[in-house]
Design a protein around this ligand. Structure first.
Ligand code: E4P
Length: 229
């Protein structure tokens, strides 16, 4: 499963990109608004940093407007994936953009039937929103599992399942187990994924034991060993 970062905050993207594990980024109108920066400049900076799929969402209400905006957004960088809402107008726009060779991430998916439509419209990605379904007392991850199973039974479908609205580390693990091709993960959850108290405790113990050796410069140790061969 590939890992995307779900934010429009360039500093956080730079920080987590340095871990060497980031495959792409997703943004949405709320995330862009939260940063209070120039929209296009932000997308261009993220594309330069990531050099992988970067979702940028259209805001027009009709197919024609979405297609116009989608083509403009795709012109920012070869890495832009046009994010389109799962509405009749959005499906029409996805078809036209896909026919023009532009990848679409169809977003705001809450049931497998919507994912079947998005796949038929030529979506590159479908984004089921796990957390928002959980908020309603439903099992959001079951929708991810169902979509993955449906797509697997239809080998002509090339659409990738992008688990979105991820709120916890357990969501990430369940998405991977459930067959999602990608999970888009908020920075806080990304940071939580790397942390474990036993990792910290183990590292501290190793360093305390190492101090007993008196060695502080590994490079000097290697050089001394080479000289003595
Ligand atoms: C990403 O593509 C989605 O827009 C995002 O994951 C939604 O997350 P939220 O439900 O936490 O706003």
């Amino acid at each position: 499963m590939k890992l995307f970062l779900d934010t429009a905050n360039v500093a956080l993207i730079r920080e987590i990109a340095a871990w060497g594990v980031l495959d792409g980024v997703t943004t949405n109108p709320s995330l862009i608004a939260r940063e209070g920066r120039d929209f296009v400049q932000t997308i261009a900076e993220i594309c330069d940093l990531i050099r992988g799929p970067v979702s940028a969402e259209v805001i027009a209400p009709d197919t024609e407007g979405m297609v116009r905006e989608g083509k403009l957004l795709a012109g920012i960088s070869e890495h832009v994936v046009v994010k389109v809402p799962l509405t009749p107008a959005g499906l029409g726009a996805t078809r036209q953009l896909a026919d023009a060779g532009i990848r679409c991430n169809v977003t705001l998916c809450f049931q497998p039937a919507q994912a079947i439509l998005a796949a038929r419209a030529g979506a590159a990605y479908i984004s089921p929103f796990v957390g928002r379904l959980d908020d309603l007392g439903q099992d959001g991850m079951q929708v991810v599992r169902d979509i993955a199973a449906i797509y697997a039974k239809n080998p002509d479908i090339k659409t990738q399942v992008l688990a979105a609205s991820i709120r916890t580390v357990a969501h990430v693990e369940a998405a991977a187990l459930g067959g999602a091709h990608v999970a888009t993960i908020p920075p806080k959850v990304f940071s939580a994924m790397v942390q474990h108290k036993l990792t910290d405790a183990g590292n501290e113990a190793f360093m305390a034991d190492w101090a007993k050796t008196g060695i502080t410069d590994v490079a000097a140790e290697v050089a001394r060993w080479r000289a003595g061969r």
